[in-house]
Design a protein around this ligand. Structure first.
Ligand code: SAH
Ligand code: SF4
Ligand code: F3S
Length: 448
């Protein structure tokens, strides 16, 4: 390809899960540290990083349409297109294939290799195309610059990768084997996030509750030990974690929900389906019953906990009766909020080759019924909050003038009016509930 001038501005677009959002932020910081600046809103950038997701077919296909649009709309005066880098899970899964399918792409970099972007940019500027989907032993975390400025809520990746191999899922292939970042590094990064302005930290991992490490005294600790240590950081008001796997839900972590005040009463614990036969075919290694028993234990010690989950409809072979078991599970749990998806066959996963692929119309119809049940469940949960007084951490302005939007301890979106600012932790009374948000009245605007 023809050499181009070194990029002066960049834009990182992240898709997919919160870990990708975290990676996107880290890439942005890395590029800024190289003297490349974020492109102003509405202006074209010299370097575009598409930080992609491979979890479902639609997410993966989006990359190619995005590349096409960038090339078409973002052409520069000299006729050249911006430097395009494809990062994230599509990069990992498809590697060289992206280069063939999208000739405009100069760099393909996997989620464990993006700390090497600066070197790749130098090559791309010289006219070369580079693919790096290594999973190097020196992790990206050691090679990335420290974080400087963050909003009131920040993500902190503590664990990456997955060894669970659910039969439908690409994550073990795109993110690699489970690794836990060292305790001391995480405590240090959390302190820096708080110094940079974070009041709430969400600990992230594909299986965050599988995190394990050694504390300062060399004792083996699980995620609950890390949470207890982070709770000691002055100025940090709230701790959350996501996503958990039912099999790694330890007694210690459950107990932390009763004992650690800064740990918010919210648990995202995906179940995927309500039928034991389907769960087994998914290789989930928990049953409907073992899952429900975990939730019972959590509720016993933290009765107000907001529960959340992920669901897949139309897994190969799912019958109408089996789907009905998913609906009855939803009724049994009473979720606060959930994500739900149509099964999407992913190349190379065992489920993609299974018999009994469910026709699209059947999946559509099941998804509709599932989402209706989830909406009812969320509304019912939010209605039980009406009349409560709670703290809300303000994240942004609302749609209406004078309106603000923040999150309750139960991760509900709460809007209200008042003389406040982003990053304030205020006390409100919850007045009215919808399925997706609550309206509140400001009681006092005390700062954190
Ligand atoms: N590690 C987490 C989440 C991984 S991906 C967990 O185990 O729960 C997020 C969600 O995407 C999954 O929980 C699942 O509901 C959904 N998902 C993953 N692969 C999928 C596929 N092939 N088709 C449809 N949904 C899928
Ligand atoms: Fe995917 Fe299952 Fe691992 Fe979650 S636990 S990332 S769904 S393989
Ligand atoms: Fe998507 Fe990769 Fe996350 S496939 S959901 S971006 S781990």
């Amino acid at each position: 390809m023809e050499p181009v001038p070194p990029p002066k501005t960049y834009r990182v677009k992240s898709f997919g899960c919160q870990m990708n959002v975290y990676d996107g932020e880290r890439m942005a910081e890395l590029l800024s540290a190289q003297g490349i600046n974020p492109a102003p809103e509405g202006e074209n950038a010299d370097l575009v990083v598409l930080n992609t997701c491979h979890i479902r077919e639609r997410a993966a296909e989006k990359v190619y349409s995005d590349i096409g649009r960038i090339v078409k709309d973002w052409g520069r005066d000299d006729g050249s297109s911006p430097l395009i880098a494809v990062a994230g899970c599509v990069a990992q899964a498809e590697g060289e294939e992206i280069m063939t399918r999208a000739p405009a792409v100069r760099m393909v970099v996997g989620p464990q290799a993006y700390h090497r972007l600066p070197g790749m940019i130098a090559e791309a500027v010289a006219g070369k195309r580079a693919v790096d989907t290594d999973m190097p032993a020196q992790t990206k975390f050691d090679a990335l610059p420290a974080r400087r400025k963050v909003g009131p809520t920040a993500f902190l990746t503590v664990q990456e990768g997955c060894d669970k191999f659910c039969t439908y899922c690409v994550v073990p292939y795109t993110r690699g084997a489970e690794i836990s970042r060292p305790y001391a590094d995480l405590v240090a990064e959390a302190r820096r996030l708080v110094d940079a302005g974070a009041l709430e930290i969400t600990l992230l991992g594909q299986n965050v509750n599988a995190w394990s490490g050694e504390d300062a005294r060399g004792r083996a600790v699980g995620l609950d030990g890390l949470i207890r240590e982070l709770a000691e950081i002055p100025g940090l008001a709230r701790i959350r974690y996501t996503t958990s796997h039912p099999n790694d839900m330890t007694e210690g972590l459950i107990a932390a929900h009763a004992e650690v005040e800064k740990l918010m009463p919210f648990l995202h614990l995906p179940v995927q389906a309500g039928s034991d036969r389907v769960l087994k075919a998914m290789n989930r290694s928990h049953t409907r019953d073992s899952y429900l028993r975990i939730l019972e234990r959590v509720r016993a010690i933290r009765p107000d906990i907001a529960l959340s989950g992920d669901f897949i409809v139309g897994f190969p072979g799912e019958t109408e009766e089996e789907f009905a078991e998913t609906l009855s599970l939803i009724d049994a749990v009473g979720y606060a909020q959930c994500f739900s998806f149509k099964y999407s066959p992913r190349p190379g996963t065992p489920a993609a080759a299974m018999d009994g692929q469910v026709p699209p119309q059947v999946m559509d119809e099941r998804l509709q019924r599932l989402q209706a049940a989830l909406q009812r469940s969320s509304l019912a949960f939010n209605q039980t909050s009406v009349g409560r007084t709670c703290q809300v951490l303000i994240e942004r302005k609302g749609r209406l003038p004078g309106q603000w939007l923040g999150k309750s301890p139960w991760l509900q979106s709460v809007h209200f009016e008042g003389e406040v600012a982003i990053g304030d932790l205020v006390t409100v009374e919850l007045l009215e509930a919808g399925p997706n948000s609550l309206h509140a009245r400001l009681l006092h605007a005390a700062h954190a």
